[in-house]
Design a protein around this ligand. Structure first.
Ligand code: ZN
Length: 291
């Protein structure tokens, strides 16, 4: 097997106060500029080129593990699992490389119920990949994706996404906790960021005087959306709201110099947002070995 087919796990450990944040790369989604909404295709293509990225974007996908003294390991998102192709589904290998067993995960915090975030909840067809974990999801997300009424009203093209959300969460029935904000796990606060999906949620992790905001899918395409926050994705449930939430978030984290992480920021997906004229740039945190 070539190294391209059998890559080393993408894993990075980061100290945040007493906690350890482990970034786990699930792989990438091969996209195209057809995914971009609200701006012209030529502008999107020019931004990809200016950012030294391929015309047809490869969208990085990451999940996050939080460990620390006195807490059961916590996952934020699970990757695509078996819902994607061979370029995805690498979180289990990353978790193994980090020395953490799926059985030891006490809580899975989901940012939303799209398959690239929730697909890894199941192993095989219908087995819980995290057999001892409680699942935490925003109430509006559950109401949207897991409700019979919204499924029946959904256009045919959207129905598979509802079915994938149901399939991924089915083995967790009876241990699914819905939240609307506030503290949802030790050291972790839910930050609702609706628009991309109705219950799309970021998580702020705090230890001592340090914190990290995992902003979920505020940015899918770094080369495009930091420069042109107006650009959306075809997967946005409410493109207008997703865009205004992105604009507000970029403004706040740039002003506050917030340490951020993202599901689709380029691995290891930790850094800062700087103002760049009327737009923004992403400044990766310095990778150091002595963490
Ligand atoms: Zn996503």
């Amino acid at each position: 097997m070539s190294s391209a087919q059998n890559p080393l796990p993408g894993v990075l450990r980061w100290s945040l106060g007493d906690l350890t944040i482990t970034v786990m790369n699930d792989g990438y989604l091969q996209g195209s500029l057809d995914l971009v909404t609200r701006i012209g295709r030529d502008e999107a293509g020019a931004l990809q080129a200016a950012g030294f990225r391929a015309h047809d974007p490869r969208i990085t996908l990451n999940a996050f593990l939080i460990t620390g003294p006195g807490i059961e390991p916590i996952l934020i998102d699970t990757g695509m699992g078996s819902f994607g192709g061979p370029s995805l589904g690498r979180v289990p290998a990353a978790l193994a490389a980090a020395g953490v067993s799926p059985e030891s995960i006490g809580t899975v915090l989901l940012t939303h119920l799209h398959p690239d975030h929730a697909g890894g909840l199941i192993a095989g067809e219908d087995i819980a990949a995290y057999p001892n974990a409680e699942l935490v999801v925003h109430a509006d997300e559950v109401a949207h994706w897991l409700d019979d009424g919204t499924l029946s009203r959904a256009p045919d093209g959207a129905k598979p996404y509802f079915e994938m959300a149901r399939k991924a969460t089915a083995p967790y029935a009876g241990r699914l906790r819905t939240v609307t904000g506030g503290t949802v796990a030790p050291s972790i606060e839910a930050v609702p960021l609706p628009g991309h999906t109705p219950g799309h949620t970021g998580y702020r992790i705090t230890s001592g005087d340090t914190s990290l905001l995992m902003w979920a899918d505020i940015v899918h395409l770094p080369a495009i959306q930091f420069k042109q926050p107006e650009a959306g994705m075809v997967f946005d449930t409410d493109g207008e709201q997703a865009c205004s939430v992105r604009r507000r978030m970029l403004d706040v984290v740039a002003s506050d110099r917030t340490f951020v992480a993202g599901a689709h920021l380029e691995f290891p997906a930790l850094g800062y947002v700087a103002r760049d004229g009327a737009a923004y740039s992403f400044v990766p945190e310095l990778w150091v070995t002595a963490q």
